[in-house]
Each structure stands twice: as C-alpha cells, then as structure tokens.
Design a protein around this ligand. Structure first.
Ligand code: IMP
Ligand code: MG
Length: 180
C-alpha cells in the first residue's frame, strides 16, 4: 500500500511513516504544554505547507492556545528561490504575546529569518519556532529552533502538507524524491 508515487515528472519513495510523524508531533505538543503552562501562546501557522502539521499539533496540545495564519512562499519546484513573497499577513496584535511560529520544514532558513525579523519588530514577549522537519546541512543561520521534530538529509520531500509544484500536500505520510 505504501509504494512509490509519481508527481509531475518526479518519482517519490516512502520516507517517514504516518505513525512516526504522529509520534513526533505528540512529543512536540507535550513539550509545548510543559513550557507554556499558565500562558496562552499564539501559534502563527505558516501556510500553505504547515497546515496539516499545525492541525495535528494544535489538537495534541492541551493548554489553551490562540492561532493565526500567515502565508509566505519562496519555493519554485524543488529549489528555494530566496525571494520571499507574502500573500497573507497575520491579523493578530503581537505586542507582549508569546509567539510560536509553526513551519512544516526549515530548509535554508530564509523564510524563518524573514518572519523572525518582521515579528520581532512588533515587540512580542517571546518568539520560538516549531517545525516538523529540518535540513541541517543547508540551514545557514544561528537561530536555535526550540521545537524541532526530525532532522532529515538535504533531499526534497513531499506529503503531509509539503508539495512539489502543487501536488502531494494531501499525502498522509512523507515521501522523498527518488534518485535517478
Ligand atoms: P527555506 O526558506 O529555505 O527554509 O524554505 C522553507 C520553505 O520551503 C518551507 O516552508 C517549505 O514550504 C519549502 N520547502 C523546503 N524544503 C522543502 C521540501 O523538501 N519539500 C517541499 N517544500 C519544501
Ligand atoms: Mg512552508
């Protein structure tokens, strides 16, 4: 049932199972519960990719939270373009808030840096980052990511919110690009 899939011109092979993803999200939710006990953090969910991760994460977190969405993109095909485009700005007032940025995957870190700079301008009380996946080989910044699900090699992945030119977001598990 879990076999190779074809999206546009590329083939992808199974990489991270649904069970493994869910275990990872549960661990992150528990840490957030403990760290933010007595507070109501504002989770800023980065669309589109983080929508499934965020949906699972917020339902596993037990403390009362707020959430809002922001939509940015920098990816074209399987490469980061480095050029940030903002499509949907957040609506919440950030001053004095405990913010957690929720990202699907941190690759070069460009998206994150762009967001961190913008958020810090608004004087939140704290800003942390939660991501499901991180590619440490290509991450170019020194900012620590407090809630990091899994480190993966620098290979293009799809599924569980992540796409290849629009396809693959709906997959329940994560697939990796097949090497030719
Ligand atoms: P960064 O700005 O280079 O860190 O890239 C971050 C964004 O690029 C992520 O939020 C994803 O939307 C997208 N991205 C990075 N790596 C992948 C991947 O392997 N598959 C699909 N999208 C990716
Ligand atoms: Mg993203």
């Amino acid at each position: 049932m879990n076999r190779d899939i074809q999206l546009h011109d590329l083939t992808f092979v199974p990489f991270i199972s649904t069970a493994e993803i869910q275990d990872t999200v549960s661990v992150l939710a528990k840490r957030i519960d403990e760290d933010y006990a007595g507070r109501n953090p504002l989770l800023l969910i980065v669309l589109n990719g983080a929508f499934i991760f965020a949906a699972d994460l917020v339902r596993k977190i037990s403390i009362p939270i707020r959430l809002d969405f922001i939509k940015v993109s920098s990816y074209k095909g399987t490469q980061s373009s480095g050029q940030m485009q903002e499509h949907l700005p957040w609506q919440s007032a950030l001053e004095g808030q405990d913010i957690i940025i929720v990202e699907d995957i941190v690759d070069t870190g460009n998206t994150l840096q762009y967001l961190l700079r913008k958020l810090r301008d608004q004087h939140p009380r704290s800003v942390e980052v939660a991501c499901l996946l991180k590619k440490p080989e290509v991450y170019t910044y020194s900012d620590e990511i407090r809630y990091e699900g899994m480190s993966i090699p620098n290979k293009f992945v799809v599924g569980y919110g992540l796409d290849y030119n629009g396809l693959g977001r709906d997959l329940d598990s994560i697939y990796q690009k097949k090497e030719e």
